[in-house]
Design a protein around this ligand. Structure first.
Ligand code: ADE
Length: 250
């Protein structure tokens, strides 16, 4: 996959994208990242990238011309790649959106700054707008890094065969089950017996139930759309009943 990032601050990307899994994905040729400085697409002596808003008010607005020129130059003849503006006004990024983006061969990400970008950038070149959550960052750079990270680990071959993304929190529509490794007992806290039993079916059943329990406790909203078997729905009903009894008793 190829990802082009248009930003005023390419230096912000050097740490997160050049370590660990993202680094290896690039070394293996599975991810090709290209940073483009929007300032390089200005046409005036001062390399201006923003100006005061028409109509007054505070803040600065990113100019339409450098952004449109940058997108057109980077995109070249490849009209098919989504051009995604990172903005708190966009649709909210979720694991489902990560899968959707991972299906593309190429993405172009625009990092907005200041109070926003001139509306005509949206009209002329943007095909999608994404927010990474309901809060306001100083710019789209961190959001772009979050998206690159979440999408890259879904590219086949990036995580390796033994550590797939299929059982991630959210991939199954549930949060993940609890994990344990050595030692079997630490400060009196023991690893659940079933995980040491060698019974793979029992382990799988325990994990699935614990994933449901954890989702019920922390993110019950996810259970509305989770794919549960009849038996798992009964388990959920038991959890709900136990909770109701606890509340009634207190
Ligand atoms: N730019 C500023 N805040 C943002 C957010 N929450 N998501 C994406 N881009 C942003």
């Amino acid at each position: 996959m190829r990802i082009d990032i248009l930003t005023l601050f390419p230096g912000m990307f050097s740490g997160p994208l050049t370590e660990s899994i993202l680094k290896r994905a690039q070394e293996k040729g599975l991810l090709s990242l290209h940073l483009h400085n929007i300032r390089d697409y200005t046409s005036d002596k001062h390399h201006t990238t923003d100006d005061a808003p028409y109509g007054g008010g505070g803040g600065m607005v990113m100019l339409v011309e450098p952004l449109v020129r940058a997108v057109e130059d980077v995109r070249g003849a490849d009209q098919g790649a989504p051009v995604i503006l990172l903005t708190p006004q966009g649709r909210v990024f979720t694991q489902r959106v990560a899968y959707e983006l991972a299906a593309h061969e190429r993405l172009i990400l625009i990092c907005g700054r200041y109070e926003g970008v001139d509306e005509r950038v949206r009209q002329l070149v943007v095909t999608d707008e994404i927010s990474i959550g309901d809060y306001v960052l100083t710019g789209g750079e961190l959001a772009a890094m979050v998206i690159v990270d979440a999408v890259t680990r879904l590219i086949p071959g990036v995580l390796g065969a033994r550590w797939g993304a299929e059982e991630d929190s959210h991939a199954m529509g549930l949060l993940e089950y609890p994990h344990y490794t050595r030692p079997p007992v630490f400060r009196g806290l023991a690893v659940p017996d079933v995980l040491l039993s060698g019974d793979h079916q029992a382990v799988a059943r325990w994990r699935r139930r614990e994933a449901i329990r954890r989702t019920w406790e922390r993110r019950p909203d996810l259970l509305l759309t989770a794919d549960l078997s009849e038996e798992e729905r009964w388990f959920l009903a038991e959890l709900a009943e136990a909770e109701a009894q606890r509340r009634g008793a207190s």
